[in-house]
Design a protein around this ligand. Structure first.
Ligand SMILES: Nc1nc2c([nH]c(=O)n2[C@H]2C[C@H](O)[C@@H](COP(=O)(O)OP(=O)(O)OP(=O)(O)O)O2)c(=O)[nH]1
Length: 178
């Protein structure tokens, strides 16, 4: 099986926590999408998708975020947060570059592919996401870096396979070359 290269991008913003208690505590929110078609349809995820020929992962993350939710991400502020390998029945299926950013402009809009939604980082709907996300996304949203391998079995497409096990390494920024 030929491995696909893909990206995910998690835009973050700070919001007044609304407690009205007089301090300036801010709660972070992350822009998730409800995916409206393709792999992972009906689940929440970050904007993202497969690399096009000749495209770098960073270019792909920026393009997909623009196409799926209409946000213009500033390349300078795009921070590499993870590299995830998804294996299906023992074979590499997708290698996914994960980014986060606080530098973008525009307002998220609904497209044919995605319905965007700002979600508090401590209230991410992990029960409506890929099963592995609860293992790595909380750390990514806290600012950490991660390298992970996730093994799925017994099906094609990937989103109908069973998640069987994983390996994770944290704080691996030195390993990322782009
Ligand atoms: N959060 C998360 N994302 C995943 C997992 N596995 C996985 O492939 N993805 C991501 C990588 C890609 O961003 C996305 C799949 O690519 P895609 O959105 O282009 O797929 P698609 O089939 O809809 O492609 P297309 O028809 O639009 O070309 O899903 C996972 O376990 N967790």
């Amino acid at each position: 099986m030929v491995e696909t290269e893909a990206t995910l991008c998690f835009p973050l913003r700070s919001r007044d926590d609304g407690s009205g208690d007089g301090d300036d505590a801010e709660a972070d929110e992350v822009l998730l999408i409800e995916k409206r078609r393709g792999l992972g349809e009906g689940w929440y995820n970050g904007p993202g998708g497969k690399l096009e020929p000749g495209e770098t992962p960073r270019e792909c993350a920026i393009r997909e975020t623009r196409e799926e939710v209409g946000l213009a991400v500033d390349p300078e502020g795009l921070e590499k947060a993870g590299e995830l390998t998804f294996l299906l029945d023992g074979d590499p299926h997708t290698f996914c570059h994960v980014y986060r950013t606080r530098s973008f402009s525009g307002e998220p809009t609904v497209t044919e592919e995605a319905r965007p939604e700002w979600v508090p980082v401590d209230d991410v709907p992990y029960d409506q996401m890929w099963e592995d996300d609860r293992l790595w996304l909380p750390g990514v949203l806290e600012g950490r870096t991660v390298a992970g391998e996730f093994r799925f079995e017994g099906g094609r497409p990937l989103d109908e396979a069973a998640f069987v096990d994983h390996d994770l390494e944290w704080d691996v920024a030195g390993r990322f070359d782009r």
